[in-house]
Design a protein. Structure first.
Length: 63
């Protein structure tokens, strides 16, 4: 299940750390600007990417 409204911080499963809000927002901003680095994408699972696109949508709505 996807956490709704908690775009700034969400836990990744499998023992990955909790994103800090400012870290995640920076990432989101970079993704919006199209400056996403390739190595970031390669380490993510499909579920993480799905969560991120949902977060992007929320971020755009909130802005």
């Amino acid at each position: 299940h996807e956490p709704k409204g908690s775009y700034a911080k969400y836990t990744l499963r499998r023992g990955k750390p909790l994103w800090l809000p400012f870290l995640y927002l920076t990432q989101t901003k970079n993704a919006i600007l199209g400056r996403r680095r390739k190595h970031c994408v390669s380490t993510k699972s499909k579920n993480d990417i799905r969560q991120e696109t949902q977060a992007l949508r929320l971020y755009k709505i909130k802005k």
